[in-house]
Write a protein that binds this ligand. Structure first.
Ligand code: MEV
Length: 448
């Protein structure tokens, strides 16, 4: 296999030609295939090309809608970008369930973001460094104004700057820790720019100060970077309903359901294996909203999982209790989201998604994403403690199986009808398909 220098400098066509001739045996169909995923409008495609380096095509994942979300008295049709077959169905089911029971209530707990200048100072007395830091603090605010002015006009900016002594963890390790309100932007670029400026101010002031001995003026700025852990950019969402309103038909009384439901959540609170899967299900909902609205789902994931470990053990992000005859089910999670900047004004589907949500500000989007996480978790646990997860999941996955088998539309319709009152499994779907076609199962058994 070949290597190449300057790949990024090639035109898109030349990049495709290079990979096809060097890695794909000059397969001309591969070129057509990649081009078939280009947007027909050249300007729209160019926009996508320029989001990242070395774009050669687009990668589709479904953009679905979960209607009927009643959040703080307002109705939403929530856009979700996700490939997993049952996620949107589960969110919609939960939205409908809670629509009939008063909907979701939310609360923004705080909106602070955080970043650090990590540095090493090997002076003798930390008190000298603290005294110096306090003396130059006003300079940090004044000399970053060229970056923070606009954010201040929008009502945000730097909230606080402090010195953290981390020498108990690592000799000489300190941090300048700054907290920010970045209003409706996620704020990563803003925060990182301010932090790099703080480091410059710090270094220059250290060189000039008389508060630190000349022999102790050396500092190593290791790095300046925001933290994706945002425990103070926090949202809470909740649903509650009287226990009698939770009965699962003939299968379970409301009391039995609520008890089993709370027990399932409790297991996720105390047992990390279950907590991981439980939180994964929550993030199915959260991530799909985060992605559809052009936000950074890796940042959101990283923060959520650190938050889930804040007690020293990885635990559930949701909580459930029975209180005064009601099931109260809630989530609290950090969500650093933006509705301005980044992809929000660029990606056409993101613009559409935000419009569909009524162009929310960042805190409203935090509420929506948290609610979808809670809804997703409710659906998952509801299935787990009643029918089991596979019934609903495999029903949604049936079409994927039939598409793999290259079933026709008419065959798909008949087989979906056949499974209306049966549990779907991969082998049952293959059997039904083969029976309908009158072919041997062995003839398709290579398909996984
Ligand atoms: C599957 O993507 C997510 C679930 O496993 C979540 C859960 O078990 O709570 C269904």
């Amino acid at each position: 296999m070949s290597s190449i220098k300057g790949f990024s400098k090639l035109s898109k066509e030349a990049k495709i030609e290079w990979i096809v001739s060097n890695y794909l045996n000059n397969d001309a169909e591969a070129i057509d295939f990649l081009k078939s995923y280009w947007h027909p409008d050249a300007a729209t495609q160019k926009l996508h090309d320029e989001f990242i380096e070395n774009t050669i095509s687009n990668f589709y994942i479904p953009f679905g809608i979960a209607p009927n979300f009643l959040i703080d008295g307002k109705m939403y049709c929530v856009p979700m970008a996700i490939e997993e077959s049952s996620v949107v169905a589960a969110a919609s089911k939960s939205a409908n369930f809670w629509l009939e029971r008063g909907g979701f209530k939310t609360q923004i707990i705080d909106v602070q973001k955080i970043g650090h200048v990590h540095f090493i100072w090997e002076g003798q007395d930390a008190k000298d460094l603290h005294a110096f830091f306090e003396a130059i603090k006003p300079r940090f605010y004044a000399e970053t104004e060229h970056i923070t002015k606009n954010m201040q006009l929008r009502g945000g900016g730097i909230l606080d700057i402090r010195l953290n002594d981390k020498t108990a963890l690592e000799p000489g390790y300190y941090q300048i820790e700054a907290t920010f309100d970045t209003c409706d932007s996620m704020g990563a670029n803003f925060i990182n720019s301010v932090l790099e400026e703080l480091a410059k101010i710090f270094r220059a002031a250290l060189a000039d100060t008389t508060l630190i001995k000349d022999s102790e003026k050396s500092v190593q700025i290791v790095m300046c970077i925001l933290s994706n852990y945002t425990p103070h950019c926090l949202v809470r969402a909740e649903v509650s309903a009287p226990i009698e309103a939770l009965s699962e038909g003939n299968e379970m009384s409301g009391q039995e359901f609520a008890d089993k439901f709370c027990r399932a959540v409790r297991i996720a609170e105390i047992e990390p294996y279950r907590a991981t899967t439980h939180n994964k299900g929550i993030m199915n909902g959260v991530d799909s909203v985060v992605l559809a609205t052009g936000n950074d789902f890796r940042a959101v994931e990283a923060s959520a999982h650190t938050y889930a470990s804040k007690s020293g053990q990885y635990r559930s992000l949701t909580h459930a209790e029975i209180k005064d005859g009601q099931l109260v089910f809630s989530i609290e999670l950090p969500l650093a989201l933006g509705t301005v900047g980044g992809l929000t004004a660029l990606h056409p589907m993101v613009k559409f998604a935000l419009k569909l949500l009524g162009n929310p500000n960042a805190t409203e989007l935090m509420k929506i994403a948290a609610v979808v996480g809670l809804a997703q978790n409710f659906s998952a646990i509801r299935s787990l403690v009643t029918s089991g997860i596979q019934k609903g999941h495999m029903k949604m996955h049936l079409l994927n199986i039939l598409n793999q088998l290259e079933a026709t539309e008419a065959e798909k319709q008949q087989i979906v009808e056949h499974f209306k009152d049966k549990v779907v499994s991969y082998s049952a779907a293959v059997n039904a398909f083969c029976q309908l076609r009158g072919i041997e199962v062995a003839s398709v058994s290579g398909i996984k």
